[in-house]
Ligand binder design. Structure first.
Ligand SMILES: Nc1ncnc2c1ncn2[C@@H]1O[C@H](COP(=O)(O)OP(=O)(O)OP(=O)(O)O)[C@@H](O)[C@H]1O
Ligand SMILES: [Mg+2]
Length: 278
């Protein structure tokens, strides 16, 4: 069932903080539109955002946004181009701190972008370890590469990888950080259809195995319904709509309920599915 998400009522102090670790985070009561007087059982949160505003040149791209993601939850984020999805992801990743509002995220988080962003002068395994503190051992990289099925290319130079392989190397670089929150910004956007399906399955498997929270930005409604527990639609600087996906996994795209959820989300995005089918 669809729910419209409310804006926060309390003004928030400006604060961006990394939570110590998911296991150390305090339990936060889930706030719902109907919460009112009846107490809701506490739900462990991976992400809590309240009153978030981000402006560029005086224009608020994100405007008093609220977002909660539970520990271990898979959330997909849709929205028209330029609505602020990457801006939100960058803020959650700690890459942009010029904000107003409250942002609470786990300390251990990792991000993968549409472009794999591998350093061409470093071999794949060194790219995977890039930016880790101390002197991490190669075995750490090789284990992560094995997890994404790329251990046989550990010694390769990035320019010799296919698009799908480079994206898997980028995922390995994220996984090696043992994230409690994995942020993915259109990670499959540049892949061909078959490689994309394989990469989607891989992310689904990694999520199940690792149990981390995932926030996946995508333009692909089918991908969102295939993978997520909850799909959010961003518009006008806020989360304007949310849709819980209660279908069993693995999901069947030929299931009529799948098609119904997909059509509902497309309608929210302003796509006329009747015209699309014609
Ligand atoms: N550093 C910046 N300086 C000025 N404007 C910016 C900056 N970063 C983002 N913007 C603007 O903020 C708006 C949101 O950008 P953002 O990249 O978050 O959109 P998006 O939803 O990810 O779009 P897409 O789906 O095309 O990737 C856009 O209008 C963009 O031009
Ligand atoms: Mg973007």
């Amino acid at each position: 069932m669809a729910t419209d998400v409310h804006r926060p009522v309390n003004p928030q102090v400006s604060q961006v903080s990394d939570r110590p670790q998911a296991s150390e985070t305090s339990q936060v009561s889930q706030v719902t539109a109907e919460s009112g007087a009846s107490p809701v059982p506490p739900v462990p949160q991976a992400v809590r955002v309240e009153g978030l505003t981000r402006s560029f040149d005086g224009r608020a791209v994100i405007d008093d946004l609220r977002l909660d993601v539970r520990q271990g939850e898979f959330v997909a984020l849709l929205g028209r181009s330029g609505c602020g999805k990457s801006t939100l992801l960058r803020i959650l990743a700690g890459l942009d701190r010029d904000i107003e509002g409250t942002v609470l995220v786990p300390r251990r988080k990792a991000v993968a972008f549409q472009a794999p962003r591998l350093m061409p002068w470093k071999k794949v395994w060194r790219n995977v370890l890039l930016g880790l503190p101390g002197r991490p051992e190669r075995a750490l990289a090789d284990r992560a590469l094995e997890e994404v099925g790329l251990d046989h290319r550990s010694d390769a130079w990035p320019k010799t990888l296919s698009g799908g392989e480079a994206q898997r190397a980028s995922l390995a670089r994220a996984l090696v950080r043992e994230p409690d929150l994995l942020l993915l910004d259109e990670p499959f956007g540049a892949l061909d259809a078959l490689t994309r399906i394989k990469a989607q399955r891989l992310v689904g498997e990694l999520w199940r195995r690792r149990g981390c929270a995932v926030l996946l930005v995508t333009h692909d409604v089918e991908e969102a319904v295939l993978l997520a527990d909850r799909v959010l639609v961003m518009d006008d600087g806020v989360i304007a709509h949310e849709q819980r996906i209660d279908l069993d996994r693995p999901r069947d795209i030929t299931d009529p309920r799948f098609a119904e959820l997909r059509a509902g989300l497309l309608a929210r995005l302003g796509v006329d599915t009747a015209a699309e089918a014609a």
